[in-house]
Design a protein around this ligand. Sequence first.
Ligand code: XIL
Length: 316
Amino acid sequence: TVALNTAAKAAGKLYMGTATDNGELTDTAYTTILDNNANFGQITPANAMKWENTEPEQGTWTWTNADQIANLAKTNGQLLRGHNCVWYNQLPSWVTSGSWTNATLTAVVQDHTTELVSRYKGQVYAWDVINEPFNDDGTYRSDVFYNTIGPAYIPIALRAARAADPNAKLYINEYNIEYTGSKATAMLNLVESLKAEGVPIDGVGLQSHFIVGEVPTSLQSIMEQFTALGVEVAITELDIRMTLPETAALLEQQKTDYDTVISACRAVSGCVGVTVWDFTDKYSWVPSTFSGQGAATPYDSNLVKKPAYDGIVAGW
Ligand code: XIL
Protein backbone atom coordinates (compact mmCIF):
# COMPACT_ATOMS: atom_id res chain seq x y z
CA THR A 1 0.00 0.00 0.00
CA VAL A 2 0.93 3.63 -0.44
CA ALA A 3 2.64 5.46 2.43
CA LEU A 4 0.59 8.26 4.01
CA ASN A 5 2.84 11.27 3.44
CA THR A 6 3.62 10.06 -0.05
CA ALA A 7 -0.12 9.97 -0.72
CA ALA A 8 -0.65 13.47 0.72
CA LYS A 9 2.13 14.93 -1.39
CA ALA A 10 0.81 13.22 -4.51
CA ALA A 11 -2.45 15.09 -3.78
CA GLY A 12 -0.52 18.38 -3.80
CA LYS A 13 -0.42 18.86 -0.02
CA LEU A 14 2.58 19.85 2.06
CA TYR A 15 2.42 16.92 4.43
CA MET A 16 0.64 14.21 6.32
CA GLY A 17 1.96 14.23 9.87
CA THR A 18 1.56 12.88 13.37
CA ALA A 19 1.90 13.95 16.96
CA THR A 20 4.53 12.15 18.99
CA ASP A 21 5.79 12.22 22.55
CA ASN A 22 9.18 11.72 24.18
CA GLY A 23 8.26 8.60 26.12
CA GLU A 24 7.44 6.79 22.90
CA LEU A 25 10.79 7.34 21.26
CA THR A 26 12.48 4.33 22.89
CA ASP A 27 9.94 2.01 21.24
CA THR A 28 11.83 0.96 18.12
CA ALA A 29 8.83 -0.72 16.49
CA TYR A 30 7.10 2.66 16.83
CA THR A 31 10.03 4.82 15.73
CA THR A 32 10.65 2.66 12.67
CA ILE A 33 7.28 3.87 11.37
CA LEU A 34 7.58 7.41 12.75
CA ASP A 35 11.03 8.15 11.38
CA ASN A 36 10.20 7.24 7.79
CA ASN A 37 9.15 10.47 6.14
CA ALA A 38 7.29 8.58 3.46
CA ASN A 39 4.87 7.79 6.30
CA PHE A 40 4.92 11.13 8.12
CA GLY A 41 6.33 14.31 6.64
CA GLN A 42 5.56 16.39 9.72
CA ILE A 43 5.60 15.89 13.50
CA THR A 44 4.06 17.77 16.41
CA PRO A 45 5.25 17.35 20.01
CA ALA A 46 2.19 16.25 22.00
CA ASN A 47 3.51 17.71 25.24
CA ALA A 48 7.18 18.72 25.06
CA MET A 49 6.71 22.35 24.05
CA LYS A 50 3.85 23.15 26.43
CA TRP A 51 4.38 25.90 28.98
CA GLU A 52 4.54 23.62 32.05
CA ASN A 53 7.32 21.67 30.36
CA THR A 54 9.36 24.51 28.85
CA GLU A 55 9.14 27.14 31.59
CA PRO A 56 8.11 25.35 34.80
CA GLU A 57 9.42 28.24 36.91
CA GLN A 58 9.52 31.79 35.69
CA GLY A 59 12.71 32.29 33.69
CA THR A 60 13.82 28.65 34.13
CA TRP A 61 13.77 26.90 30.79
CA THR A 62 13.85 23.13 30.27
CA TRP A 63 14.44 22.32 26.64
CA THR A 64 15.52 18.67 26.70
CA ASN A 65 12.27 17.11 25.55
CA ALA A 66 11.36 19.87 23.12
CA ASP A 67 14.84 19.78 21.60
CA GLN A 68 14.61 16.01 21.23
CA ILE A 69 11.53 16.30 19.04
CA ALA A 70 12.82 19.32 17.10
CA ASN A 71 16.05 17.41 16.41
CA LEU A 72 14.10 14.32 15.39
CA ALA A 73 12.22 16.35 12.79
CA LYS A 74 15.50 17.65 11.45
CA THR A 75 17.12 14.20 11.34
CA ASN A 76 14.08 12.68 9.67
CA GLY A 77 13.57 15.51 7.18
CA GLN A 78 10.13 16.28 8.59
CA LEU A 79 8.33 19.58 9.04
CA LEU A 80 7.77 20.61 12.64
CA ARG A 81 4.62 22.16 14.10
CA GLY A 82 5.25 24.07 17.29
CA HIS A 83 2.59 23.36 19.91
CA ASN A 84 1.93 25.68 21.67
CA CYS A 85 2.70 29.17 23.04
CA VAL A 86 -0.40 30.30 24.94
CA TRP A 87 -3.06 27.89 26.23
CA TYR A 88 -5.17 27.73 29.38
CA ASN A 89 -4.18 24.12 30.10
CA GLN A 90 -0.91 22.49 31.16
CA LEU A 91 0.29 25.78 32.61
CA PRO A 92 2.76 25.89 35.49
CA SER A 93 1.30 27.10 38.75
CA TRP A 94 3.40 30.26 38.73
CA VAL A 95 1.32 31.40 35.77
CA THR A 96 -2.11 30.29 36.99
CA SER A 97 -1.71 31.51 40.54
CA GLY A 98 0.46 34.57 40.07
CA SER A 99 -1.01 37.92 41.09
CA TRP A 100 -0.84 39.64 37.72
CA THR A 101 -1.74 43.00 36.36
CA ASN A 102 -2.48 43.56 32.68
CA ALA A 103 1.05 44.94 32.27
CA THR A 104 2.92 42.19 34.14
CA LEU A 105 1.07 39.32 32.48
CA THR A 106 1.44 40.95 29.06
CA ALA A 107 5.21 40.96 29.64
CA VAL A 108 5.07 37.27 30.64
CA VAL A 109 3.10 36.30 27.51
CA GLN A 110 5.54 38.24 25.34
CA ASP A 111 8.57 36.78 27.05
CA HIS A 112 7.36 33.16 26.98
CA THR A 113 6.33 33.38 23.34
CA THR A 114 9.55 35.13 22.32
CA GLU A 115 11.84 32.62 24.08
CA LEU A 116 9.97 29.57 22.82
CA VAL A 117 9.61 30.68 19.20
CA SER A 118 13.18 32.04 19.05
CA ARG A 119 14.63 28.75 20.25
CA TYR A 120 13.34 26.94 17.16
CA LYS A 121 13.65 29.83 14.71
CA GLY A 122 14.03 28.52 11.20
CA GLN A 123 13.01 24.99 12.25
CA VAL A 124 9.25 25.33 12.65
CA TYR A 125 6.83 25.29 9.73
CA ALA A 126 3.95 26.56 11.85
CA TRP A 127 3.29 27.54 15.45
CA ASP A 128 0.04 27.07 17.34
CA VAL A 129 0.56 30.46 18.95
CA ILE A 130 -2.86 30.41 20.55
CA ASN A 131 -4.58 27.16 21.51
CA GLU A 132 -8.28 26.78 22.37
CA PRO A 133 -9.25 30.42 23.04
CA PHE A 134 -13.02 29.91 22.87
CA ASN A 135 -15.79 28.25 24.84
CA ASP A 136 -18.20 26.12 22.81
CA ASP A 137 -20.76 28.97 22.86
CA GLY A 138 -18.27 31.26 21.08
CA THR A 139 -17.44 33.43 24.09
CA TYR A 140 -13.82 33.75 25.13
CA ARG A 141 -12.59 31.12 27.55
CA SER A 142 -12.27 32.51 31.03
CA ASP A 143 -8.59 31.83 31.71
CA VAL A 144 -5.80 33.80 33.34
CA PHE A 145 -4.88 35.45 30.04
CA TYR A 146 -8.36 36.59 29.06
CA ASN A 147 -9.34 37.52 32.59
CA THR A 148 -6.25 39.67 33.09
CA ILE A 149 -5.51 41.09 29.65
CA GLY A 150 -8.78 40.65 27.75
CA PRO A 151 -8.82 39.49 24.12
CA ALA A 152 -5.72 41.62 23.46
CA TYR A 153 -3.58 38.72 24.71
CA ILE A 154 -4.11 37.13 21.28
CA PRO A 155 -2.55 39.90 19.13
CA ILE A 156 0.13 40.37 21.79
CA ALA A 157 1.26 36.74 21.43
CA LEU A 158 0.94 36.71 17.64
CA ARG A 159 3.08 39.83 17.28
CA ALA A 160 5.74 38.43 19.62
CA ALA A 161 5.82 35.19 17.62
CA ARG A 162 6.16 37.03 14.32
CA ALA A 163 9.07 39.07 15.64
CA ALA A 164 10.78 35.94 16.99
CA ASP A 165 10.53 33.88 13.76
CA PRO A 166 9.31 35.87 10.77
CA ASN A 167 9.19 32.76 8.56
CA ALA A 168 7.00 30.57 10.76
CA LYS A 169 3.31 30.38 9.92
CA LEU A 170 1.31 31.61 12.90
CA TYR A 171 -1.85 29.68 13.76
CA ILE A 172 -4.72 29.75 16.15
CA ASN A 173 -5.73 26.15 16.92
CA GLU A 174 -9.15 25.11 18.22
CA TYR A 175 -11.63 22.23 18.52
CA ASN A 176 -15.35 22.15 17.72
CA ILE A 177 -14.89 24.79 15.04
CA GLU A 178 -15.42 22.00 12.50
CA TYR A 179 -19.16 22.30 13.11
CA THR A 180 -21.31 25.19 11.90
CA GLY A 181 -22.29 27.24 14.93
CA SER A 182 -21.29 29.85 17.47
CA LYS A 183 -17.75 28.63 18.03
CA ALA A 184 -16.85 28.50 14.33
CA THR A 185 -18.47 31.91 13.85
CA ALA A 186 -16.45 33.34 16.72
CA MET A 187 -13.22 32.07 15.17
CA LEU A 188 -14.17 33.39 11.72
CA ASN A 189 -14.90 36.79 13.27
CA LEU A 190 -11.64 36.76 15.20
CA VAL A 191 -9.57 35.97 12.10
CA GLU A 192 -11.39 38.65 10.13
CA SER A 193 -10.74 41.29 12.78
CA LEU A 194 -7.08 40.29 13.25
CA LYS A 195 -6.59 40.61 9.49
CA ALA A 196 -8.36 43.97 9.45
CA GLU A 197 -6.12 45.24 12.24
CA GLY A 198 -2.93 44.05 10.58
CA VAL A 199 -2.18 41.47 13.27
CA PRO A 200 -0.03 38.61 11.92
CA ILE A 201 -2.19 35.50 11.45
CA ASP A 202 -1.46 32.88 8.80
CA GLY A 203 -3.55 29.88 9.63
CA VAL A 204 -6.31 28.21 11.57
CA GLY A 205 -5.87 24.72 12.97
CA LEU A 206 -8.94 22.52 13.17
CA GLN A 207 -8.08 19.94 15.82
CA SER A 208 -10.68 17.41 14.60
CA HIS A 209 -11.04 15.05 17.54
CA PHE A 210 -14.01 13.21 16.04
CA ILE A 211 -16.33 10.31 16.88
CA VAL A 212 -16.94 7.34 14.53
CA GLY A 213 -20.13 7.91 12.54
CA GLU A 214 -20.26 11.59 13.55
CA VAL A 215 -17.77 13.38 11.32
CA PRO A 216 -19.18 16.89 10.79
CA THR A 217 -20.69 17.36 7.33
CA SER A 218 -19.71 21.03 7.55
CA LEU A 219 -15.95 20.34 7.67
CA GLN A 220 -15.12 21.23 4.06
CA SER A 221 -17.34 24.31 3.90
CA ILE A 222 -15.91 25.66 7.17
CA MET A 223 -12.36 25.24 5.88
CA GLU A 224 -13.43 27.13 2.75
CA GLN A 225 -14.87 29.92 4.89
CA PHE A 226 -11.53 30.32 6.66
CA THR A 227 -9.45 30.24 3.50
CA ALA A 228 -11.77 32.86 1.98
CA LEU A 229 -10.51 35.21 4.71
CA GLY A 230 -6.95 34.81 3.43
CA VAL A 231 -5.53 32.26 5.89
CA GLU A 232 -4.50 28.68 5.34
CA VAL A 233 -6.00 25.82 7.32
CA ALA A 234 -4.68 22.51 8.61
CA ILE A 235 -6.27 19.56 10.34
CA THR A 236 -3.96 19.47 13.32
CA GLU A 237 -5.00 16.73 15.77
CA LEU A 238 -7.11 14.21 13.91
CA ASP A 239 -8.43 11.13 15.64
CA ILE A 240 -11.77 9.36 15.33
CA ARG A 241 -12.74 7.51 18.46
CA MET A 242 -15.33 4.86 19.17
CA THR A 243 -17.00 3.39 22.20
CA LEU A 244 -15.07 0.23 23.03
CA PRO A 245 -14.97 -2.65 22.33
CA GLU A 246 -14.07 -2.16 18.70
CA THR A 247 -16.06 -4.22 16.20
CA ALA A 248 -15.54 -4.94 12.50
CA ALA A 249 -18.49 -2.68 11.72
CA LEU A 250 -17.07 0.22 13.75
CA LEU A 251 -13.66 -0.19 12.12
CA GLU A 252 -15.29 -0.06 8.68
CA GLN A 253 -17.23 3.06 9.59
CA GLN A 254 -13.98 4.55 10.91
CA LYS A 255 -12.33 3.83 7.56
CA THR A 256 -15.13 5.75 5.81
CA ASP A 257 -14.78 8.58 8.33
CA TYR A 258 -11.03 8.95 7.81
CA ASP A 259 -11.63 8.98 4.06
CA THR A 260 -14.24 11.72 4.53
CA VAL A 261 -11.92 13.96 6.58
CA ILE A 262 -8.93 13.53 4.27
CA SER A 263 -11.12 14.12 1.24
CA ALA A 264 -12.31 17.41 2.74
CA CYS A 265 -8.72 18.63 3.15
CA ARG A 266 -7.87 17.41 -0.32
CA ALA A 267 -10.77 19.39 -1.79
CA VAL A 268 -9.76 22.69 -0.16
CA SER A 269 -6.71 24.20 -1.84
CA GLY A 270 -5.79 26.20 1.27
CA CYS A 271 -5.74 23.06 3.47
CA VAL A 272 -2.01 22.39 3.70
CA GLY A 273 -2.00 19.05 5.48
CA VAL A 274 -3.40 16.69 8.07
CA THR A 275 -1.80 15.63 11.37
CA VAL A 276 -3.08 12.64 13.34
CA TRP A 277 -2.85 12.96 17.14
CA ASP A 278 -0.46 10.04 17.21
CA PHE A 279 -0.78 7.24 14.71
CA THR A 280 -1.24 4.20 16.93
CA ASP A 281 -3.81 3.12 19.50
CA LYS A 282 -0.82 2.15 21.64
CA TYR A 283 -0.12 5.80 22.45
CA SER A 284 -3.35 7.66 21.74
CA TRP A 285 -4.52 10.13 24.41
CA VAL A 286 -8.15 9.08 23.87
CA PRO A 287 -8.66 6.18 26.34
CA SER A 288 -7.24 8.15 29.25
CA THR A 289 -9.35 11.22 28.44
CA PHE A 290 -12.67 9.83 27.19
CA SER A 291 -13.73 7.02 29.46
CA GLY A 292 -14.75 3.84 27.62
CA GLN A 293 -13.58 5.16 24.24
CA GLY A 294 -10.54 4.48 22.11
CA ALA A 295 -9.24 2.74 18.97
CA ALA A 296 -9.14 6.21 17.41
CA THR A 297 -6.03 6.03 15.20
CA PRO A 298 -4.98 4.32 11.93
CA TYR A 299 -2.66 1.71 13.52
CA ASP A 300 -3.75 -0.69 16.26
CA SER A 301 -1.91 -1.16 19.54
CA ASN A 302 0.37 -3.75 17.92
CA LEU A 303 1.32 -1.19 15.24
CA VAL A 304 -0.65 -3.07 12.60
CA LYS A 305 -2.51 -0.97 10.02
CA LYS A 306 -6.27 -0.81 10.51
CA PRO A 307 -8.97 -0.26 7.86
CA ALA A 308 -8.67 3.44 8.81
CA TYR A 309 -5.22 3.47 7.20
CA ASP A 310 -6.73 2.51 3.86
CA GLY A 311 -9.39 5.14 4.40
CA ILE A 312 -6.67 7.78 4.64
CA VAL A 313 -4.97 6.54 1.48
CA ALA A 314 -8.31 6.50 -0.32
CA GLY A 315 -9.01 10.06 0.85
CA TRP A 316 -5.73 11.39 -0.53
C1 XIL B 1 -2.96 16.12 25.01
C2 XIL B 1 -1.81 15.13 25.02
O1 XIL B 1 -1.94 14.26 23.91
C3 XIL B 1 -1.81 14.33 26.31
O2 XIL B 1 -0.67 13.48 26.37
C4 XIL B 1 -1.82 15.27 27.50
O3 XIL B 1 -1.93 14.50 28.69
C5 XIL B 1 -2.97 16.25 27.39
O4 XIL B 1 -2.90 16.95 26.16
N1 XIL B 1 -5.89 19.41 22.42
C6 XIL B 1 -4.59 19.83 22.34
C7 XIL B 1 -3.49 18.94 22.74
O5 XIL B 1 -4.35 20.94 21.82
O6 XIL B 1 -2.41 19.65 23.30
C8 XIL B 1 -3.94 17.86 23.70
O7 XIL B 1 -2.87 16.95 23.89
C9 XIL B 1 -5.18 17.18 23.17
C10 XIL B 1 -6.30 18.16 23.01
